[in-house]
Design a protein around this ligand. Sequence first.
Ligand code: 4AD
Length: 458
Amino acid sequence: EEDKTLPEAVKIKLDDTDPKKVKLGKDDVKGTRVRVFGRVHRERKQKMNTFLTLKDGYGYMQVLLQGDLAKTYDILTLTRETSMEILGELKEVPEGAKAPNDRELHADYFKIHDGWKAAGGDDAITNRVSKDTEHATLLDLRHLTLRGETASKVMIVRDAVEYAFNQAYRELRLRKVSPPALVQTQVEGGATLFKLPYYNEDAYLTQSSQLYLETCLPSMGDVYCIEKSFRAEKSLTRRHLAEYTHIEAELDFITFPDLLDHLEQIMCRVIEITMEDPVVKQSILDLNPEFQMPERPFKRMRYSEAIDWLIEHNIPNEDGEPHKFGDDIAEAAERRMTDIINRPIFLTHFPVEIKAFYMQKDKEDPRTTESVDCLMPGVGEIVGGSMRMDNLEELMAAFAREKLDPAPYFWYTDQRKYGSSPHGGYGLGLERFLAWLCKQHTVRDCCLYPRYFGRCKP
Ligand code: 4AD
């Protein structure tokens, strides 16, 4: 029973340390009586007392249940993840003891939500998801895995990064737009298109919003979007998803060096903004203790130099032979190179044949394009971008070269008819950016419910 003679309790979140709201009890000072809600993250039963760590998504709080409270049936049989309301006095932790925010809640009353304790025994969350559980099972139980400390931190960083992109783009005067997900044109090749029936026609899930962003330049100036892109990737790698969050931007009246400078600026500014929040910064450092701001300027390397580098370092191509000009640099080789160089790299000037149809050719070396991939240690490519072909005839020739019918692209080619401009842009995979920032082995752990070859649940 709640003791109604005690002072009124103040409702707070578990991370609330506002001194105007909560005072910590000490020897001669009474602490604020608070009311908190959360789920049991950890419990430690002693002879006389029980310690709980409560969590609510904002933070953690240590709770001390003493005497009769600790001996109640509910506390003796308490299970992790049980949802509780707890009232009590907030006090400093004793010297030498450790607890979140150096405080502990001395409970005088608790209630279990709906009287329903979380499943225990074999069905206890700790038996279903633990450090030893296979990765596939963890993904089947993603709804439970998400409650763990690592997954929570990654998701909290993700929220901050996505917000930071919005802020950084606004600072640079880019406007946000929202292109369609259902489309009838491809951007990055037919092999990875998801096709679906659309009334009496066929449609695809978009691979990239780039072409639509290009159409916004004349009316809105520089633009960006944060939307889902879809790729029917048939290989299982640690950096490919079927559905991912694509951060794309398009800039008008720029040169290729402008594009590279912008990319470097946006990535560094986003990290700076993200790190401004102490909780987010701590989450990043917990996940990636060696994290350091990338050194500027980023290393710039031409594709042809990368080929020479791979030959010098005896890193073969996919056929096991030395790399030669024109080879696609495969994931494994790219990652080895990035890990050895161990700093962000702008890899530029890829050959025309291995890049998308819309890329502008380099005037000095028309075998190559004004293209860039940004490579990060541990992950490899996290950004792909380029200047766009802005001459109508050249673009039509590129459609022909790729054996693409230009008819469905009338809205795209029209851009070249009505006031074309030198412009360029890029796409950044949010999950790959996070895998790098939070040092995660796979992009699958950097989204809520990953979709990839063979998985479309939960
Ligand atoms: O290099 P990509 O295919 O480039 C484009 O789609 C351009 N149209 C973007 C643009 O210029 N607006 O993809 C861009 C980025 C990659 O660098 C990678 O980070 C991410 O999107 N990405 C994927 N991330 C997860 N899973 C996949 N299957 C991905 N495919 C690409």
